[in-house]
Ligand binder design. Structure first.
Ligand code: NAP
Length: 242
C-alpha cells in the first residue's frame, strides 16, 4: 500500500484527508505542529476503529524540521509515494498594515514549506520513477483576495511551484497538482459571521460552503489518477470560475 505524508493534519482539511486515507488502507503519516491533543485524538479514534496512522510533530515553516520528518519517514517506510502539502495559516489585514514579520510567517508556513518538503521527497520519488505531490493552495491564489494579500501571494506561489515542478518531474513519472479550495467549513473560517456565510452562499452557484470531505474527494481522485499533472483544480461550488 502507498505511503502518504500529509502536513497540517491535526485539524480541518488535513485531518479529514488523513482519516479517510488511513481508512482506505494507506500508510499515513500525519504531521501536526501546535495541536498535539487533536493529533493524539485522531490517532486514538482511528485505532479504536481498527485503523492505524502515524502522527509526527514538526513545524513546517522550519526547513530543518521538514528534512528531519522526511528522513524519519524514509528510514521507516523506505518510500514516500504521495506528499500532500496542506499545512497553512491565513491572516486578514489591510495591505498597509502587513509587517515584514507577518510576510515571513505567511510565506515560510504556506510556501517555503511546500517547496522544501517537495525537494526533500523528490530524490526518493525520482529513484522510484513514481510519485504524486498535491499542494493545497486556494482560490485566492488564482484571483487574489483583498485584505489577504500576503496569503494570496503565498497561494499563487504554490500554484507556480506546482506548474514548474510538474514540468521538471513529469519525465520521472511524478505528478504535481494543486487543489485550490473555495471557502471550506473549518477553523480557518471561524471568524465569519452568520451574515458573511449567507452572503457567501448567495454568491456560490451550488448554494453552500464547502466541507472538508469535498477536498478529500478531490485528493483521492488525484492520488488514483495517472494522467493529470501541473493543474490547479478548484473545488469551490462555482464561487470562482476562471
Ligand atoms: P485549519 O483548520 O486552520 O488547519 C490548519 C492546519 O495546518 C492545522 O492542522 C495546523 O496544525 C497546520 N499548521 C499550521 N501551521 C503549521 C506549521 N507551521 N507546521 C505544521 N502544521 C501547521 O485550516 P484548514 O482550513 O484545514 O486549511 C488547510 C489548508 O487549506 C491550508 O493550506 C489553507 O490555506 C487551505 N485552504 C483552506 C480554505 C478554507 O476555506 N478553510 C480555503 C482555501 C484553502 P497545528 O494546529 O497542529 O499547528
Amino acid at each position: 500500500m502507498k505511503t502518504i505524508l500529509i502536513t497540517g493534519a491535526s485539524r480541518g482539511i488535513g485531518r479529514e484527508i488523513a482519516i479517510n486515507l488511513a481508512k482506505e488502507g494507506y500508510k499515513v503519516i500525519a504531521n501536526y505542529n501546535k495541536s498535539e491533543k487533536e493529533a493524539l485524538k485522531l490517532q486514538k479514534e482511528l485505532q479504536s476503529e481498527g485503523f492505524s496512522i502515524e502522527i509526527y510533530k514538526a513545524d513546517v515553516s522550519k526547513t530543518e524540521e521538514i528534512k528531519q520528518m522526511v528522513e524519519y519517514v524514509l528510514n521507516k517506510y523506505k518510500n514516500i509515494d504521495v506528499l500532500i502539502n496542506n499545512a497553512g495559516i491565513s491572516d486578514t489585514k489591510l495591505f498597509t498594515d502587513i509587517t515584514e514579520e507577518d510576510w515571513d510567517k505567511m510565506i515560510n508556513t504556506n510556501l517555503k514549506s511546500a517547496f522544501f518538503a517537495s525537494q526533500s521527497v523528490a530524490s526518493n520519488m525520482i529513484h522510484n520513477k513514481n510519485g504524486c505531490i498535491i499542494n493545497i493552495s486556494s482560490v485566492y491564489g488564482m484571483v487574489g483576495g483583498a485584505c489577504e494579500v500576503h496569503y494570496s501571494v503565498s497561494k499563487a506561489g504554490i500554484d507556480g511551484l506546482t506548474k514548474a515542478l510538474a514540468k521538471e518531474l513529469g519525465p520521472s513519472n511524478i505528478r504535481v497538482n494543486s487543489i485550490a479550495p473555495g471557502a471550506i467549513n473549518t477553523d480557518m473560517n471561524k471568524n465569519l459571521t452568520k451574515e458573511d456565510i449567507e452572503e457567501l452562499k448567495k454568491e456560490t452557484p451550488l448554494g453552500r460552503m464547502g466541507e472538508t470531505k469535498d477536498i478529500y474527494k478531490c485528493v483521492k481522485w488525484l492520488i488514483e489518477d495517472e494522467y493529470t499533472t501541473g493543474q490547479v483544480i478548484s473545488p469551490n461550488g462555482g464561487w470562482v470560475i476562471v
